[in-house]
Design a protein. Sequence first.
Length: 239
Amino acid sequence: MAEAPQPLYARLRDELRAGILDGRLQAHAKLPSESEMTQAYGVSRITVRQALSDLQKEGLIVRLQGKGAFVSQPRAAQELNRLEGLAESLAAQGQAVHSKRLSMKAMRAPAEVAAALALAPRTEVYQLTTLRYLDRQPLSVNVSHFIPGLGERIARIDLSGRDLIDVLERDLRQSVGRAEVEIRAEPMPAREAKLLQVKEGVPALRVVRLIRAEDGSPLQTETAVYRGDIFSYRLSLSR
């Protein structure tokens, strides 16, 4: 059976969408005007407006009164319905997360880290700092601390495209049970702003997470600072 032909607006919408998703149309790029598209594609202005309306609903473009339509900044939203790593969560949405190791060093645990990991003050721990990217765009700065014995082993593992939860379970044979998470909004700190290529003071999300084993003992604590313009959490609540 022959495939049913698409309406003109859907064909135009799909062509523009493909250009955005494959990178031919970069974030913040201005789309041709409605009149330019009517001439280029041989369609009516109503057809162009319907195609643009669909793309706006999908979050792929923004339309500014008197200025035109622009490609949106890529965004990501992680579901908080179960404990999983960011790369695992976003892979299901067709988005890729990669990590760049900035540093991995042994240090005396600060008081708050020692308390979170149930360690004696100034116990030696390993601190891992990474810069994470969403589809090649800086997304978050993450600082993790591990209980003694884990950090030394993680230091020898390539983490570039992996979640630490996956590393703990698969490589280190740790039984991850649950996590305690605190999320708060704050102005972007200067150090993180430089790494994330944004201005100091813009909206940011600070996420503090403590990973525990199945028996409740702490394994790792992490503080992540996310760009608030491209990242959010999504929850599904039942009553």
